[in-house]
Design a protein around this ligand. Structure first.
Ligand SMILES: [Zn+2]
Length: 351
């Protein structure tokens, strides 16, 4: 699991379907269009505290790469930076950085200012998306902080410690942006800004861009999850218009359990002789017998780091680092691990 291939679906651009200034409106029999994601990581300082801000944009998949870069630059221009932006590949803005919410709780609040006048019931579907993650059997809980007058400041360069879901106009092809703030290994804020110009829909009538599906995915990032390469997963990086994706899959739930413990779904119980890592962050359930990470990954310099949540705290193994850094000492069968790799590699399973 872990990285991010684009759907091989023939997608049509929305540009030819634009009508009356409302983007994303399609005739009912129009071919499905896909939405994609792009992201970047910003380093900023606020009140003397350094933060990492991870930003994901949801865009029309037919947009040019130049337009994607321009949209990213627009967002970055809202942030006084301490370092140059790191533009992630188009599909992996949320490399897991082992950050999590302290106490495994995050409150979300909704600001309806600027929402599409014709949209109703949107708060209920946002709450439903949060409830889906809460029902997945982990120790994590999204709490509902109700309505807020706080803005989506986290997407505009400022932290205000309120995790706001709200509305704001974006660059042409951008449907929504989400902005996660991290200090050290703690998640500190998460804001989501949705462009009201798109054809957002709720419920089971006509489906335009399904708000619950999008918010469910973004809440997954808010938890700290990266994208999945499982096409059916909520955390897959593309999204088809006219469809819904409102139910978490085993892949999503396994990622959640890996981060916060509890319940979840173990990996397949097959006995393969090797497993594949892709470049970037790979979530895997350790398939082999108990082993040290040194033994398991010996001779594979592509492996950059291994992380696991043990006893409520993150432990790590970084090849070559001193022992006081490497507090992940045993890989246990059936336990989820995040493995960061610098390139694709196949790791034989010993024993
Ligand atoms: Zn995403």
């Amino acid at each position: 699991m872990g990285i991010w291939t684009r759907l091989g679906l023939a997608a049509v651009g929305l540009a030819g379907l634009t009508a009356a200034g409302v983007r994303g409106v399609q005739a009912e029999d129009a071919p499905a269009a896909a939405y994609r994601t792009a992201g970047m990581t910003l380093q900023v300082q606020r009140d003397g505290i350094p933060y990492t801000v991870v930003i994901e944009m949801l865009l029309d998949s037919e947009v040019s790469e130049e337009a994607v870069q321009a949209a990213l630059a627009t967002v970055a221009s809202r942030f006084p930076l301490t370092e140059a932006p790191q533009t992630a590949s188009a599909h992996d803005p949320f490399i897991l950085n082992s950050s999590r919410w302290p106490d495994a709780r995050a409150a979300w609040a909704y600001n309806a200012t600027g929402k599409p006048a014709s949209l109703h019931g949107e708060r209920d579907v946002i709450a439903a998306a949060a409830a889906s993650w809460n029902a997945a059997g982990s120790n994590f809980t999204f709490t509902d902080a109700g309505g807020t007058g706080a803005g989506t400041t986290g997407c505009h360069g400022a932290t205000d410690a309120v995790n706001t879901i709200g509305w704001g106009h974006q660059d042409g092809a951008v449907l929504a942006i989400t902005c996660g703030w991290y200090s050290g290994n703690r998640s500190t804020e998460f804001d989501m800004e949705i462009d009201p110009d798109w054809d957002w829909t709720v419920g089971n009538g006509r489906i335009g861009v399904d708000l619950e599906s999008v918010v469910l995915h973004e809440f997954g990032h808010a938890l700290g999850l990266a994208h999945s390469d499982d096409h059916s997963a909520v955390m897959y990086s593309t999204y088809l218009t006219g469809t819904t994706r409102r139910a978490l899959t085993a892949d999503d739930i396994g990622g959640l359990a890996a981060m916060y413990g509890g319940g979840g779904v173990a990996g397949a119980a097959a006995t393969p002789t090797s497993f594949a890592l892709q470049s970037g962050a790979n979530l895997l359930t350790w398939p082999g017998p108990e082993s040290t990470p040194q033994q398991a990954f010996a001779g594979h310099p592509e492996v950059v780091a291994v992380y696991a949540l043990e006893g409520g705290r993150w432990r790590q193994y970084v090849p070559g680092a001193p022992s006081y850094v490497n507090d992940l000492v045993t890989l246990k069968q059936g336990t989820p691990y995040w493995v960061l790799a610098s390139g694709a590699v196949s790791i034989p399973i010993q024993g």
